[in-house]
Design a protein around this ligand. Structure first.
Ligand code: B1M
Length: 216
């Protein structure tokens, strides 16, 4: 198989042996680490999602694919260009309560960290109380929540309601992202019930441009 195709296959098949050599070869060919992730590996994850969704792939294999994805991202990260240090602002990032998906959240972490933001990544399955505590403790400038399950979109709504109840809705701009969210849900449904700023980010790059916007 051609190199790009082989890398994509590695994600789909959860095949880790020789992964680093292929990643090195791709970078030696002149492909930027971020392009390897976005244009090749994420395509593989998309196929995994489709296979799983249609019952053609079982969960343990999805997990293996996710592990290979994470290994690849961790391997590529040191090769990425870092634009600035963490002086542009600080964001607390979490996957919401009940949700374990963290590949997207961790990509957002990498993109923001490499572009001048300090990221306090508190992990998966985080209740709103823990998110707010971290934001308070680290004197964050913004809060980012990720979640991939349909259920997580409801949790996000509850989280915003909780922020309003606690009177901190206007204290932190909130960025939301994850596969089950839609722009309309965030910008119409959620915005209409939240007195603060809430933004939808389709991907990590939109997350970055939103941060650049809310921080100025
Ligand atoms: Co799960 N899973 N999974 N899964 N999984 C999905 C989400 C699903 C759509 C698959 C499917 O059915 N086709 C489906 C959800 C269906 C639904 O809710 N209607 C699903 C399910 C059902 C489940 C379980 C319930 C399965 C089960 O146990 N029976 C279970 C849930 C457990 C739980 O959370 N309580 C489960 C478990 C898992 C694994 C553990 C095996 C694994 C996760 C491993 C890990 O993350 N460490 C896994 C995986 C890998 C997937 C799929 C295949 C891929 C997700 C992924 O990593 N994509 C996924 C299928 C899919 O998404 N279509 C699926 C790549 C990643 C980069 O994309 O996270 O969307 P994503 O991030 C994007 C953007 O969304 C955005 O930026 C990124 C790109 O730049 N973004 C943000 C994300 N967060 C952001 C935050 C921001 C800004 C942008 O600012 C704060």
């Amino acid at each position: 198989l051609p190199l790009d195709e082989r890398l994509k296959r590695r994600i789909i098949d959860g095949e880790r042996n020789g992964l680093e050599a292929d990643l090195d070869a791709s970078m030696a060919d002149g492909r930027a680490p971020l392009s390897i992730i976005n244009d090749i590996l994420l395509d593989g994850m998309k196929v995994v999602g489709e296979l799983f969704g249609s019952g053609q792939m079982q969960l343990p294999f999805v997990l293996q694919s996710a592990e290979v994805m994470k290994t690849a991202v961790a391997y590529l990260e040191p090769h990425m260009e870092t634009a600035e240090d963490g002086g542009k602002g600080r964001i607390v990032l979490a996957t919401v309560r009940g949700d374990v998906h963290d590949i997207g959240k961790n990509l957002v972490d990498i993109i923001l960290s490499n572009n001048g933001y300090e990221v306090v990544n508190i992990g998966i399955k985080q209740p709103i109380s823990a998110i707010l505590e971290a934001a308070e403790q680290h004197r964050a400038d913004a809060i980012g929540m990720s979640g991939l399950l349909v259920k997580s979109t409801v949790i996000m709504k509850e989280n915003l309601a909780e922020m309003a109840t606690r009177g901190v809705a206007e204290r932190w701009p909130v960025l939301l992202g994850g596969a089950a969210l839609t722009r309309a849900y965030v910008e119409d449904d959620l915005r209409s019930v939240f007195p603060g700023q809430v933004h939808y980010a389709r991907d990590a790059f939109e997350g970055l441009s939103l941060m650049d916007r809310v921080m100025t």
